[in-house]
Design a protein around this ligand. Structure first.
Ligand code: HEC
Length: 121
């Protein structure tokens, strides 16, 4: 009995700890590296309507698509479904390039999806 208990204890110690679940902090870093360049909020006009800032491809395309019914900046969206984000990232769409696993690994994509779909929501 004691031997069985000892074996059980040893087995528990030897079972590898599972990899930590994908987390939003890592996802934020992936977003900043791969997505923000096209999806960050655009700063377009200063008072007096002078063009002072940047117009980004993704933010601009989504602004035209939704015309204010949804936020143009991806991080402000609360309606993105995890599988939808995965498909778009891997396949691309119109001007948006597809992203390979050698660029964003599956684990990084998991973290990115957590960041974009669950942050404070
Ligand atoms: C080179 C610019 C560019 C980059 C980089 C980029 N996107 Fe996009 N993204 C776009 C454009 C442009 C669209 C709009 C496509 C269209 O016309 O439907 C878009 C659309 C999307 C949509 C669809 C939103 C909707 O409402 O249907 C998602 C989700 C998305 N991008 C996620 C990402 C993520 C996540 C990343 C980073 C891994 C990323 N994008 C990187 C340009 C980019």
């Amino acid at each position: 009995m004691r031997a069985a208990f000892a074996i059980l204890l040893i087995a528990l110690v030897l079972i590898p700890v599972r990899a930590p679940a994908a987390d939003a902090t890592q996802g934020h870093a992936v977003y900043d590296k791969w997505c923000a360049g096209c999806h960050a909020p655009a700063i377009k006009y200063a008072p007096g309507t002078t063009l002072v800032g940047r117009v980004l491809a993704g933010t601009y395309a989504l602004e035209q698509l939704y015309k204010g019914s949804l936020p143009a900046a991806l991080e402000q969206r609360t309606d993105l479904a995890p599988d939808y984000v995965r498909v778009i990232v891997r396949s691309g769409r119109n001007l948006m390039p597809a992203t390979r696993k050698t660029e964003i690994s599956d684990a990084e994509l998991d973290a990115l999806v957590v960041y974009l779909t669950s942050k404070g929501r």
